[in-house]
Structures are given as C-alpha cells and as structure tokens.
Design a protein around this ligand. Structure first.
Ligand code: GDG
Length: 480
C-alpha cells in the first residue's frame, strides 16, 4: 500500500538474525533514530526503506516488504560489490573522513563513486515506488546525499526532507571532493536540508553559492526553476525521559553496583563508550589517563578507566589498524601501570543492550567523550539523562556537536593532551556541589530538547517550506 510518510535511511531499524533452528528472523536494532521516528511513523502509517545488512548475489534476492511490530519495512538488497564500493568505499572511505575534518586521509576512486550513484538511484526508485501521491519523504544521512534530487526527478509531487547526521565540512575541505558539485545538486533536491549545527547549514549555503552558482539569502537557496530550499540546524537528541526511567529501575541500579564491585570498588570510575572509530579520539584519551597515573596524580587503587569500544566497520582497513593500535596501547598501559586485580584500563570490545549501557552510565563518575569531530554525540547526552541524582562529571570535546548545548561540561580540545589531563583531574577532584550545579543545568537542557522535539521541529519546518501544492499534511506523533 502506498505510504503518506516514507523514511529512507541506509539501514533498516532491524537486523537479520539466524535462529537456533536455522530459520531467519528480525531483531530491532537499538538506536536513537528508531526511537525518534517510530511515533511519527505509526501516526502516519509510514514505511521505512533501508538495507537490512549482509549481501546477496544479485543484491535483491527476494527481499519483500514486511511488517515488524507494526512498522512497515521495505528492504533494499546490496550486492557484495556494492557493500564494498558504495558503503565501505565511498561512504566510509571518502565522505566520512572529508566530513570529519580529514582526521583520516580520504580515498578517491571512480568505481566507488559509480557505485554510490547506482545505489542512491536504487534507493530513490524504491522510494518513488512506495510513496503515495503528495507524500512526505524524509531521507537520512551521508550515504544517501544524491537521493533527494533523484527522487524529485522521478516524483515532483513529493515533499522531500533530508537530514545529515554528521558534520557538513567547511568549503576548504569539501572542495577536495572530485564530485562536489554532484553532491550539492543531489542535496538540493530536498525542500529542507537539516544539519546538526548552524555552522553546517552555513557551510552548505556558501558552497552552493560558490560551486553551483545559485542565489542565496541567509538560510534559503533560490533555484532557477523557482523552487526554494531551506538549510537549517536541528540538533538531534535522545529519548531523555526513557533513559532517565531506565536509570531508575531496580535492575539497572543493582547492575551498576555490581559493576562497581567487579571493578574492585575504586573511588572513581572513568568511562568511555564509543563506536571504534578514529574520529572518537579514544587513543589520545587513554594516553592522557595513563599519564596522570605515571605523573602520580592518580593511582590504580583509586581510579579505573572503563573503555567500551563497540565494533564498527570491521571490513575497512583503517578501522582494523585503529583497533590494533588501541589494543596495543591498552596492553602497554596495563602492563606498565596495572597491579594484580587492578588494571588501569578495563577494555571491552563489544556491544551491549540498552540496560547495560544505562548501568554503565550510572556506575561511572567521570564520563569522557573526546572526539576530534562529531556531528552531535548521543553518548554524552545519554550519560546526562542517566544521572537523575544530578551527580557525575562530563568531560566533553569542544568538537562534538553536543558541546554547543552541554556548556557546563568540562570542555576540552582533544588535540591538547595537557589540557585534557587537567580537565580529567579537575573532574575527578570536583566537589559534589560543583558537580550538582553543572549536571542540573545539563539535565534541564536535555529534558527540554529531547528527540521527540527534534523530529517534530523538522517535520513542522518541512511542512512550511515545501513548495508542493499536492503534498499532504503529516500528522504529528502521538506521544505518551
Ligand atoms: C552518528 C554521528 C550523531 C553504541 N553502542 C551501543 C549502543 N550505542 C548507541 C549509543 C548511541 C549511539 O549508539 C551512538 O551515537 P553517537 O552519537 O555517539 O555516535 P555515531 O554512531 O557516530 O552516530 C553522531 C549520531 O549519528 C546521531 O545523529 O550524534 O555525531 O556520528 O545512542 O547509545 N547502544 C546499545 N548497545 C551498544 O553497544 N544498545
């Protein structure tokens, strides 16, 4: 059945799992995006188009739309070659580093680009097939930046929104991309292009003026055919109420104290939780912590650093190298500084259920989030939401989008090792009164600007900017 609201994202909100009896099924993958979008999807009987993971010979092996827990899901199959070129290649080897300040060196390969175009076309065609007359289509993230224009060419009646979850780089970096003009033109197919921060929206408008030559005024781009496109910031957030509730459940509180005990009840626990990605600054933060022990400011009897590194993009060479580097460093630090039963760093390369994440946030004293560049960073916000007693310290990189809102964190420049050491130590030594003052303010911010507010704000803006006279109104989500 055609849908009035269509979400298009690289991934579906479910993972394919193989049951013990050999049959396959679906498991909801945890993530902020699902929580954010689910209520609007339900209110509008929407459909979600995306890749379920894995690969198949011809890329489309009998992947039929299906319904999971009331959500209409439309899978897109990718061939092994497409996974390699479109996903691991162009998305994660070209776009990802350029959009993250060139923290790693991007690679440019024409066959990766060709695959990127082809796969974007595949998503656009599927969206054109699924969307009802005058429907609203919301396209997500850096893997699908060409979809808005491709979709508009196929279906001019649609109202199209796009949201970029990662930073949009300044012109000086974006310029390197050999296909820069095509990417900008792809995004301009949308009526509304959303970014995490105002800086990203400004970079985009400036590039459109310089590279495509369209007229612009503030956040508006005027296209020759009379259409206008708005570029605007919508900082993403989390289900703050949900995390707070979870942090207060008996099982999570108990689990948090079990974790503390298992770590030998140290005076303070430092915590890092990140996808194992070179943008997250894991290596530098562990060095800073180790140096504090070497310098005699911290002692392994009093302090431990728990680092959860969630497996990510394991097929990509740079990510394998990063994992080796970090694990070598952890081994060296523990070998040099640990004592029996007292490692300096408790390192976990794994992913965990939401409850365990909440227990870790609850057990920690100092949360350390030090990316070199990050669109937002939801982990920082989740930690804040999980501190209903207004305690705990957050050390946060200035280069995470979240730093714009969480001003009361200990803000650090992750390239400045000494600065990071001082901030870690200050956070470690802070008086309870100081911690409460900071955390109270941050919790208020997170509660006010939660993910429901984010989705509603984007949808409301899209309804006002859309040129389409056919487009139907999207019903706001019913929230509990
Ligand atoms: C991109 C942008 C932007 C992680 N491990 C587990 C787990 N997670 C959840 C966290 C958090 C999310 O994944 C990670 O979000 P981040 O924002 O920290 O980072 P990216 O994955 O890089 O996300 C980023 C975001 O998109 C949203 O727009 O903020 O800047 O890079 O929610 O809790 N959840 C569970 N188990 C895990 O092991 N359950």
């Amino acid at each position: 059945m055609p849908a009035d609201l269509v979400i298009v994202a690289n991934r579906l909100p479910v993972d394919r799992v193989t049951n013990p009896d050999g049959t396959t099924g679906w498991r909801r993958s945890p993530g902020g995006l699902v929580t954010a979008i689910e209520p609007v999807m339900r209110a509008n009987d929407g459909s979600w188009i995306g890749w379920p993971g894995g690969s198949a010979g011809d890329g489309d092996e009998a992947l039929e739309p299906f319904t999971d827990d009331g959500l209409h899901l439309v899978p897109i199959g990718l061939t092994a070659e497409e996974v390699e070129r479109f996903y691991e290649g162009f998305s994660n080897g070209t776009i990802w580093p350029i959009y993250h300040d060139l923290v790693a060196k991007p690679e440019f390969h024409r066959e990766w680009w060709d695959s990127f175009v082809k796969v974007n076309q595949k998503y656009a065609e599927k969206a054109a097939e699924v969307a009802a007359e005058g429907a609203t289509v919301w396209v997500h993230d850096y893997q699908l930046q060409l979809v808005p224009q491709m979709l508009r060419d196929l279906r001019p009646d649609l109202r199209i929104g796009f949201y970029l979850h990662i930073p949009f780089p300044p012109a000086e970096l974006f310029q390197q991309l050999p296909w820069r003009r095509q990417v900008l033109e792809g995004l301009l197919g949308a009526d509304l292009v959303g970014f995490q921060l105002p800086g990203g929206a400004q970079n985009f408008v400036r590039l459109v003026r310089q590279r495509v030559g369209h007229k612009t005024h503030r956040d508006l781009v005027y296209l020759p055919d009379g259409r206008t496109v708005r570029a605007k910031a919508f900082p993403i957030s989390i289900d703050a109420g949900g995390f707070e509730k979870l942090a207060l459940t008996d099982s999570v509180v108990e689990r948090a104290s079990t974790i503390r005990e298992a770590l030998g009840n140290p005076r303070k626990i430092f915590l890092g939780i990140d996808r194992l990605d070179y943008t997250k600054g894991i290596y530098a933060r562990l060095r800073a912590f180790a140096e504090l022990i070497e310098d005699g400011h911290l002692d392994v009897e009093d302090a431990v650093f728990v680092q959860v590194a969630v497996p990510s993009r394991e097929q990509v060479e740079q990510y394998r190298i990063l994992r080796d580097d970090i694990e070598r460093l952890v081994g060296r630090i523990n070998g040099d500084l640990g004592r029996i039963g007292r490692p300096a760093i408790s390192y976990l390369h794994n992913s965990y259920p939401r409850e365990e994440m909440a227990a870790l946030y609850t057990a920690a004293d100092v949360m350390v989030v030090t990316p070199y560049r990050d669109g937002m960073n939801l982990v920082a916000k989740e930690f804040v939401a999980c501190r209903p007693h207004d305690d705990g310290a957050l050390v946060l990189s200035e280069f995470a989008g979240a730093a714009d809102e969480l001003r009361q964190a200990w803000l650090v420049n992750p390239y400045d090792l000494n600065g990071m050491k001082s901030a870690l130590l200050e956070a470690y030594r802070a008086e309870p009164k100081e911690l409460t003052r900071r955390m109270k303010a941050m919790r208020k911010t997170i509660r006010l600007h939660d993910v429901a507010a984010w989705a509603d704000a984007f949808m409301a803006e899209l309804a006002t900017v859309s040129h389409s006279t056919h487009a139907k109104a999207v019903r706001p989500a019913k929230r509990s």
